[in-house]
Each structure stands twice: as structure tokens, then as C-alpha cells.
Design a protein around this ligand. Structure first.
Ligand SMILES: [Zn+2]
Length: 114
């Protein structure tokens, strides 16, 4: 997906979720981006103000929260977040890991102000 359309669908999503709070202004928008998500984050951050221009989120600040990739270990059942490209459990060094999260791109929270 092109990052500009990702910005636009995010703004649409925000509009839907705050429609009951029309009297408030949006102060910050926090998005959660998984370490392994396919998004071009630099491009997204650059394009967001363009997509937001002239809309109700124009003056909002965009905050990006990065989420490290989490794996579940088949050997010790722990959830771990191995660093770098060596995928071994940080508890038992097993390589039997299953990806649990880290590919997501989603709206985390919206801060409203009056
Ligand atoms: Zn383990």
C-alpha cells in the first residue's frame, strides 16, 4: 500500500473513532508500528502532514511508537524479543520461535484537548 493512502485511511479511522467528541480538538495521534511491518516509516511521517492538511487533524502532532517483534518459544513457552537477525530465545536459546507480533500498523491512541 502506498504510504499516502495509509495516512488517509488512518485519518478516516480517527474520524470514525472520535465522531462523538466533535467539540474537542485532537492534540496528539499515536500510532503503533511493528518492527517488522512493511511500512516505510520515514515516508509515512513525511506524508502525514500532507494528508492531514485541511482536515480536522491538521494541527495534531503525530507520535510513532515502535513495537519490537515478539516471539513465542516452543521450548520454554516464554515470550521473547530477540535482538538483531539471530532468532534465538532470550531465555533458553532455542530457535523454535513463532512470530506473535511486530508486523502491525495501527492507531494506538488519540489525545483530545478542548
Ligand atoms: Zn525459550
Amino acid at each position: 500500500m502506498h504510504e499516502l493512502s495509509r495516512c488517509k485511511s488512518l485519518i478516516e479511522q480517527i474520524q470514525n473513532s472520535i465522531s462523538e467528541y466533535a467539540e474537542y480538538k485532537i492534540k496528539t495521534i499515536t500510532v503503533l508500528v511493528g518492527e517488522l511491518s512493511q511500512i516505510d516509516l520515514d515516508e509515512f511521517v513525511e506524508l502525514f502532514p500532507l494528508a492531514a492538511k485541511g482536515t480536522f487533524v491538521e494541527k495534531a502532532e503525530l507520535i510513532v511508537k515502535k513495537d519490537p517483534a515478539k516471539y513465542s518459544c516452543a521450548n520454554c513457552s516464554q515470550l521473547c524479543t530477540p535482538k538483531g537477525s539471530d532468532l534465538y530465545c532470550t531465555f533458553c536459546q532455542s530457535s523454535q520461535l513463532t512470530l506473535i507480533s511486530g508486523t502491525e500498523f495501527m492507531l494506538d491512541s488519540i489525545e483530545l484537548t478542548q
